[in-house]
Design a binder for this molecule. Structure first.
Ligand SMILES: NC(=O)C1=CN([C@@H]2O[C@H](COP(=O)(O)OP(=O)(O)OC[C@H]3O[C@@H](n4cnc5c(N)ncnc54)[C@H](O)[C@@H]3O)[C@@H](O)[C@H]2O)C=CC1
Ligand SMILES: O=C(O)CCC(=O)C(=O)O
Length: 365
């Protein structure tokens, strides 16, 4: 059976197909690895062209979450969910139905926001299950994690610029951003405040105009975005945008953005970037700010603690860049090794009772 061979080759523990004709819900929850703790990852809602695309997306995203939590030092595993729907047609009923499926997993999977899902949607899920984060402050949550994702991405970009360009400031640096949505817009502000010159692309003209008027960002086409002679490129939209057809076009020295699964083919495209001497900040390391934010919601949210954990993304990346240089491997490989080392060291403890020490124990109280 194709699904089993696919999940076996990627190392997943469990896939749940959710179908509820009454609400129109069609969703897939993927739990990749729970060695470090319950699987936490957001729910993405997209009108996928077909079920295979949705499955592949959730499999890749959930595996990324395992690495993300491990690199960020969190006691969490990797999971993610996708809802197959038109964003214009999402309803309370659909999210409440999804919440019931999440509840049926008894805390093995905890959800949050991702593309096209927001705090209101999480609040609807919360009506059916405790295993949801990124809910509104009124319900005891920390709200939208996008700002912290942008902050972590900014710190990570700073580390990459220091490592590759030998600079510790952004003044006059030319940075292009693909996608000025929930995360991208905050990143624009942070970079503009530090004196960077922005070049932006999006499929939403309204968002582009807003960034242009707020931060004097230059609007460019997708093709220009890849080929302009700039310092940094930040992919902040959908995945797989670094691929064979565009990598050769890049003149930037650094690629550092928040999008999940940026490399279409992890090994091949990481190697192409390395050969071109483009420093790539692996997505699951640099974009962990949102995960750190929602993970702290489970254990008792303290802004200061979140800020310091998010700031640590820069030093983690520095360690990874140095290790990659030392071993002559790609930064993608170096960060996977970093994550796998931690997962392996904890896997021997798996037989001990984790319930009281892990996040799931706290949520059950
Ligand atoms: N929101 C968060 O806290 C986190 C987000 N991410 C990832 O970051 C990426 C962006 O997330 P959000 O900002 O939350 O999503 P969003 O949906 O708010 O923003 C994405 C933006 O990209 C634009 N876009 C879509 N296709 C495009 C294309 N082909 N070219 C240019 N622009 C395009 C959209 O119009 C939108 O403005 C996603 O890959 C997401 O999985 C990762 C970690 C946390
Ligand atoms: O930021 C979030 O909403 C939770 C974490 C997540 O799903 C992600 O990092 O992709």
């Amino acid at each position: 059976m194709k699904v089993f061979s696919q999940i076996e080759s990627m190392g997943h523990e469990q896939i749940v197909f959710c179908n509820d004709p009454a609400s129109g819900l069609k969703a897939i929850i993927a739990i990749h690895d729970t060695t470090l703790g319950p699987a936490l990852g957001g729910t993405r809602l997209l009108p996928y062209e077909n079920e295979e695309d949705a499955l592949l997306d959730v499999l890749r995203l959930s595996r990324g979450m395992t690495y993300k939590a491990a690199c960020a030092g969190l006691s969490l595993g990797g999971g993610k969910a996708v809802i197959i729907a038109d964003p214009k047609q999402k309803t309370e009923q659909m999210f409440r139905s999804f919440g019931r499926f999440v509840q049926s997993l008894s805390g093995r999977y905890i959800t949050a926001e991702d593309m096209n899902t927001n705090v209101t949607n999480m609040d609807h899920i919360r009506l059916e299950t405790k295993f949801v984060t990124g809910v509104s402050a009124g319900l005891g949550g920390s709200g939208d994690p996008s700002f912290m994702t942008a902050k972590g991405t900014f710190y990570g970009m700073q580390a990459a610029v220091r490592h590759r360009l030998g600079r510790s400031d952004f003044h006059g640096l030319k940075v292009s951003i693909q996608g000025v949505g929930a995360v991208g817009k905050h990143l624009c502000q942070m970079l503009h405040d530090k004196g960077a010159k922005l070049y932006i692309s999006d499929i939403d003209d309204k968002k582009l105009k807003e960034m242009h008027s707020l931060y004097n960002a230059t609007i460019v086409s997708e093709k220009e975005l890849y080929s302009l002679d700039l310092d940094v490129y930040a992919p902040c939209a959908r995945g797989a945008t670094l691929n064979t057809s565009n990598i050769q076009m890049f003149k930037t020295k650094v690629i550092a953005g928040c999008a999940n699964n940026q490399l279409e083919d992890e090994e091949k495209h990481a190697k192409m970037l390395k050969d071109l001497k483009i420093l790539y900040a692996p997505d699951f390391v640099i974009n962990a700010g949102g995960l750190i934010n929602v993970a702290n919601e489970i254990t008792g949210y303290q802004l200061e603690k979140v800020e310091s954990e998010v700031a640590r993304i820069a030093s983690t990346l520095e360690t990874i860049f140095i290790e990659a240089d030392k071993l002559g491997i790609t930064t993608q490989d170096a960060s996977k090794r970093f994550a796998e080392k931690r997962i392996k060291s904890v896997s021997n403890l798996k037989s001990m009772s984790q319930l009281e020490t892990s996040a799931i124990g706290k949520l059950k109280k």
